[in-house]
Design a binder for this molecule. Structure first.
Ligand code: BGC
Length: 357
């Protein structure tokens, strides 16, 4: 079968390899891949920045945003049947207390593995094998957008965790700012809007493509271009309850710190690149956070519970806004044509997907 592979920690090694179709054990299922989403993590792995092949292997099969159909089930598998549509989770935990409790996204040791990223092959191959506990059923009405479920779970975890933490007080959030209009930022904006907030999505792109423009319009998200408008001036004096940072840009994080209000939360969803140094006044930050009960929270990965609740929210988005999530897919590439330059181009697309059928 065809598989999209890279050689970890080397630059631009992405290519198609022919590999054996994996065999299933009695407690496993064989999934026929329909499509896999491409994300910034894949691009960075192919740039050699991180990534780890399975033990004893030279290559890592890429891809962690999956969507497929069950082709075969092992004799002991109960909850799935042939033909079921599924998405697989990404992280496989170790034996720390969090992983054992089903919270591998909160792994205490860092000794987890991640499919398509760290020590385990990903889903960009015609078939993959998985245990049922790492799969979720996809209902028919969201099958076209289900490939977005994995990035959607990051938004889902963010919103659920922020609301959970804020149970520390009477909290009626009204206004949110989301920095970044890539898939994770935009999905977070949509979800916050679904939860009833007034949402401002901030980016600094020169040109807003049609897909994004339609998403802003149909969902009713306020779009702000920070190159044209000064965000600090724009929000001065406004009570901002939630700020989500989905750009990974340290300058933007600095702006978040200036914008967050009394009893409010900053959620950080992206890894900050580079070594930008700033002279943040730590004493002032401490003073301000204490006196105003402010909170900064980091959010990475998502365990299965967020895939399950994410499906419900995706269905609600479907009911309320129709096919809007399908608009995220702005480029489709056949697996046999997928190469290094597609990964470069993926940066300029809202979502590129690799098609296997
Ligand atoms: C994935 C997460 C993963 C993270 C770090 C992201 O692209 O969505 O599931 O934990 O990369 O490897």
């Amino acid at each position: 079968m065809k598989a999209v592979v890279i050689e970890p920690l080397k630059e631009n090694t992405l290519h198609i390899e022919n590999v054996e179709i994996p065999e299933i054990k009695d407690d496993e299922v064989l999934v026929k891949v329909i499509r896999v989403g491409v994300c910034g993590t894949d691009k960075e792995i192919n740039e050699g920045l991180y990534g780890e092949a399975p033990q004893g292997s030279k290559f890592l099969i890429l891809g962690h945003e999956s969507f497929g159909k069950i082709e075969k089930i092992g004799a002991d598998v109960k909850d799935f049947k042939v033909g079921d549509m599924v998405v697989a989770t990404v992280r496989r935990g170790d034996d720390c207390i969090n992983c054992v409790a089903g919270e591998s996204d909160m792994c205490l040791t860092g000794n987890y593995k991640e499919r398509g990223i760290k020590g385990l092959n990903g889903y960009m191959s015609e078939y993959y094998v998985e245990k049922p506990e790492n799969l979720v059923h996809i209902p028919d009405n969201i099958k076209e957008e289900a490939v977005l479920l994995e990035p959607f779970t990051i938004a889902e975890k963010t919103v659920i965790q922020v609301f959970k933490i804020q149970q520390r007080m009477v909290w009626e959030p009204k206004t949110a700012i989301v920095f970044g209009t890539g898939p994770v930022g935009l999905l977070t904006s949509i979800l916050l809007k679904l939860k009833g907030l007034n949402v401002y999505a901030v980016d600094r792109t020169e040109h807003i493509d049609d897909a994004k423009a339609e998403i802003f319009k149909r969902i009713g998200i306020n779009h702000i271009n920070s190159k044209q408008e000064n965000v600090i001036d724009k929000f001065k004096g406004m009570q901002i309850d939630i700020i989500a940072e989905a750009t990974g840009n340290p300058i933007v994080f600095n702006e978040c710190l200036q914008l967050f209000g009394v009893n409010s939360v900053i959620a950080l969803l992206s890894v900050t690149g580079g070594n930008f140094k700033t002279d943040i006044d730590v004493a002032k930050l401490n003073y301000d956070m204490v006196l105003n009960n402010k909170l900064i929270v980091g959010v990475v990965n998502a365990n299965k519970s967020y895939f399950i609740s994410g499906i419900k929210d995706m269905q609600e988005i479907r009911d309320k806004y129709g096919d809007i999530l399908e608009k995220f897919i702005t480029r489709r590439v056949k697996v046999s044509d997928f190469n290094n330059s597609d990964l470069q181009k993926a940066n300029f697309e809202l979502k590129t997907v690799v098609e296997f059928e």
